[in-house]
Design a protein around this ligand. Sequence first.
Ligand code: SF4
Length: 306
Amino acid sequence: MSPNPQNHCQYLQKLSEKKAEYIKFEGDEKITWCNGCGDYGIQKALERALVLENLTTRDVALFFDIGCNGNGSDKIGGYTFHGLHGRVISAAAGACLANPNIKVIAAGGDGGTFSEGINHLVHGVRNNYPMVFILHNNENYGLTIGQASALTRRDQPMNGSPDGVVTDPMNACEFVLGLKPTFVARTFSGDIRHMTQMLQLALRHNGFAFVEVMQLCPTFNKATSTAWFEERMRYLQNLPDYDVADLHAARRAAEDLENEIMMGLLYQDKTRPNFIEMLPSRAERKTTLIEEVDYQDIGEFMEELR
Ligand code: SF4
């Protein structure tokens, strides 16, 4: 993107004002991603978005799926959970329901999310759970050394399909837009500032915020490099007439993954309540489920069983 220099200075100034909180999010575990991996940028953008939204490590619960992205789970501050492959949305949804006062963020790769976990994605979007979901779309199963996922481009030779992938890839945003979502954005792992902006918007959204990050994987995804993306990316913010509330326009914008790839906030519906707000059983409650947990002594009953 071509940042407005004045806005860019304000962005850097705000980050430096919040340096102490930012350092707490950074963590001190050894990084194990390959050189040039897009996961570095995604983690930085997430840390920046959290501090710019005035969230501290005590305000967030971060859920990580299995995969290269999941190796970030011990490299960031906050309450973190490393789940089973493809199941991260269901674990994160449980946290949303138990304690709506924390900000829940989940992350998963294209492999787990669009194969094993696609059912969880569908119902996460449909139920409009109040959470942010970050799709790390590196177009392959990186952690298991480069097999094709449902999002790998056609004809790409991959480990496990050396003659090339014979099917067309799914389009992540197009798929989610078919589920009547309330928030869909697309961004790129090589543009930390744009990712930060998209994640800030997602953190402010009331409902399921789906953010696709088109991620560089220089080790196994040879089809799409930084130069490849830079040639093709187009930013929606440069289209003054684009209406983020128009679902049909969003579907048209999302469909091209080859020539002009649209980046930015594709769609947002601010009118729909989130899942918890729709539950009649929670309507009059001032407490959260986690505050309502009651410990009972069952020793007497256990004695009867002896
Ligand atoms: Fe990153 Fe790809 Fe290496 Fe995984 S295999 S750490 S996604 S570059």
